[in-house]
Design a protein around this ligand. Sequence first.
Ligand SMILES: Nc1ncnc2c1ncn2[C@@H]1O[C@H](COP(=O)(O)OP(=O)(O)OP(=O)(O)O)[C@@H](O)[C@H]1O
Ligand SMILES: [Mg+2]
Length: 276
Amino acid sequence: MDETAVALAEGVPEVVPRFTRLAANDDSHTLIFLDDTSLVSRRAEEMTLSSLGRLSASIAHEIRNPLAAIRYSAQLLAESPDLNAEDTRMVEIINNHCVRLNDIVENILQLSRRDRSRPEMLDLNDWVLRFVEEYSESNDIGDDSLRAITQARAVEALVDPQHLQQVVWNLVQNALRYGRMPGEPARVMVIARNATEQGPPLLEVVDRGPGIPPKVAAQIFEPFFTTHEMGTGLGLYLARQMCDANQATLEYVPVPGGGSCFRISLGASVRMAASA
Ligand SMILES: Nc1ncnc2c1ncn2[C@@H]1O[C@H](COP(=O)(O)OP(=O)(O)OP(=O)(O)O)[C@@H](O)[C@H]1O
Ligand SMILES: [Mg+2]
């Protein structure tokens, strides 16, 4: 059977026609099926992606143990009194790269867990306050500032709080790392914004650093794109995937006057909640 796709009209998806006789040995009535090729190829792509995802997650999982053993041995070696300066430097390099590999492995494992989203109705005002407190307690941010900006009215959104935590954690880490002018402390804000008639509730991470040039901005959500020597380039890719899994979107918006804004729009979730 010829499976050539045909375009029935301009601007509509191509279809593959299939013909079936309605009754055996009777050519008078024929049923015609038109299969939408874009749907078929999208399904094939999804299947390839999910099996690739499972494969990489199992490889990542298997790498974890030998990697931990290499790292532990390197740490023990570093404590040896017989090491000269050059050897100490080599052990340090092994250790740094183990940390980096471990980050990649953890990110890939997180990615494979992303579709198990457990959405809850949250007030983003409370959430950003708690997030900033927790982040500042568990990281030494020195002279940098990290502030939560809340609204007078509750900012309700339906989202998996753990996923949101991972996404915003990545964005804040980036903002503190890249979002500073040379020699100055970083000033980072995590902002909750109410839904309006025009748009959904938002959660933004804003810094007053140099911003991202358009050519670089076009690539930042690609896996493994990084401008940092120790970065894995998976942070933003992972953050966007997690937003997708929560029917949210993540985009980069340049800040007028300099700086970066990473905006999470939680619209679809709220529409779902409203109709539930
Ligand atoms: N707030 C920001 N200001 C300026 N550049 C940024 C900002 N956030 C991200 N970038 C740019 O986007 C790139 C990709 O970020 P991403 O978080 O995906 O990876 P990474 O930070 O390089 O590595 P990792 O997150 O694995 O440590 C960064 O290397 C940096 O060039
Ligand atoms: Mg990052």
